[in-house]
Design a protein around this ligand. Structure first.
Ligand SMILES: [Mg+2]
Length: 423
């Protein structure tokens, strides 16, 4: 592993493609503007372009399937169902982009999808009808043949890793912890923490989350890990020395959106004040992004709350808003994502241009797809999606829930202890 602050070689590519990670400078591209960044760095990002949209997560996809089942909504709000899969992340992204005229239609469609996903809403009961429920198992059965269980195929996966360095990348919410109503209570179990700790003893391990880095660390509480918070916009090395970290206290490695901090803080204060009018609403400051939580807000005022957020963002065209599970996230308009974070961390570990590395990325969100795509495009390691539903994904394998993630990690450690794994 290189010492902290060692720089990659100069980058010969003008675009931040997945294969262009051999440069001394890291490219961070905005709409039409590419900036080269040194590591560690506090950077300038100017001339932001138009707002972008990131797709929602698993529940939103499920809820969109629900809305799409209602002909009255399907033609007006949503793209057609993907054959056998329902509404995909890709088609939803295309849909919300096409309906981004003034932002109103997009906000309304998103609020409608959230409303349909609410278990108390009459529409949810109607659209999660017998026909959809009956078809779910069949669709999942077909889907899991294309994205087989990482547990059932464990030996095949790691037979390809002989002689390679395995590096673990783990999303947090929905992967290591259950999705809960109160985001402050998304605790991981002690058993899961022990499984992650064991894995980190054998492999370099990173947590890659949309959460504030400090927040996700407060849940995980393992100093021997790398942490990439704010969707990879805030990367820090381990504060505890392990055999994978030769230098203690590696500090902040990369913060590509530092210039946005004052702007994000300004919007945070504005939203804090304005959300006082919306009982149950919460604004979470993730340092390089903000989350407006809807999960404890009466759905009757979801549209008004979303309109209020949109009106605040009208004055900040350099920020974009993205959709999640009953959460509206606000983040800088820079092209930096979990896939870029994965590549940056591999580079930091000394595997930037090597083929003897076997990265394993486990996540449940649409935002994890950027990392799955990097692995697929580079022909490296294994991407594993955590999902109980058929879902369009770049991941090669699947696990159904955090309990299976824990079992997978435990099995990986057992396998690593076998003499045969070293050959
Ligand atoms: Mg997640």
């Amino acid at each position: 592993m290189p010492a902290n602050g060692s720089l990659p070689r100069p980058n010969s590519s003008s675009s931040p493609s997945s294969s262009s990670f051999c440069g001394a400078l890291w490219n961070v591209e905005t709409e039409g503007v590419t900036r080269e960044l040194k590591r560690p760095c506090i950077i300038s990002i100017k001339e932001m372009g138009k707002q972008n949209v990131i797709v929602p997560e698993q529940l939103a996809v499920k809820s969109m399937m629900a809305i799409a089942a209602d002909p009255a909504h399907r033609s007006a709000l949503l793209p057609p169902l993907s054959p056998g899969l329902g509404v995909s992340c890709t088609s939803y992204k295309r849909f919300v982009t096409q309906h981004d005229v003034g932002g109103g239609a997009r906000i309304n469609a998103w609020v409608d999808s959230m409303r349909a996903s609410s278990p108390t809403h009459a529409k949810a009961a109607a659209v999660l009808s017998a026909s959809l429920e009956a078809s779910h198992d069949d669709k999942y059965h077909k889907w899991v043949k294309q994205h087989p269980s990482a547990l059932s195929n464990f030996d095949d996966i790691f037979a390809a890793s002989k002689g390679m360095q395995i590096v673990m990348f783990l999303d947090y919410d929905g992967t290591l912890s259950p999705i809960v109503d109160d985001p402050d209570r998304a605790f991981m179990s002690d058993a899961m923490r022990e499984a992650v700790r064991d894995a980190a003893r054998h492999f370099p391990t990173a947590i890659v989350s949309g959460r504030c880095r400090e927040k996700v660390f407060s849940f995980v509480r393992l100093r021997e890990l790398y942490y990439a918070g704010s969707h990879g916009m805030d990367i820090k090395g381990p504060s505890k020395t392990t055999k994978h970290t030769k230098a203690k206290g590696k500090g902040v490695l990369f913060q590509p959106a530092s210039e946005f901090l004052p702007m994000i803080d300004e919007v945070y204060k504005a939203l804090l004040q304005k959300t006082e009018l919306f009982p149950g609403s919460r604004v979470e400051n993730n340092t390089f992004s903000l989350s407006v939580h809807f999960r404890c807000v009466d759905e009757k005022i979801w549209s008004s709350l979303a309109d209020m957020v949109r009106s605040v963002l009208d004055d900040y065209p350099k920020l974009r808003h993205t959709f999640g599970r009953k959460v509206l996230e606000i983040r800088p308009s820079i092209k930096w994502d979990k896939g870029k974070a994965l590549e940056f961390l591999l580079e930091s570990l000394g595997f930037g241009d090597r083929t003897d590395v076997f990265p394993v990325y486990i996540g449940d969100d649409c935002t994890d797809e950027d990392a799955f795509k990097v692995l697929r495009d580079r022909g490296l390691g294994a991407g594993i999606l955590v999902s109980k539903f058929a879902k369009e994904t770049q991941a090669s394998y699947s696990l159904r829930e955090p309990a299976e993630v824990k079992e997978f990690l435990s099995r990986l450690v057992e396998w690593k202890r076998l003499p045969s794994s070293m050959s």
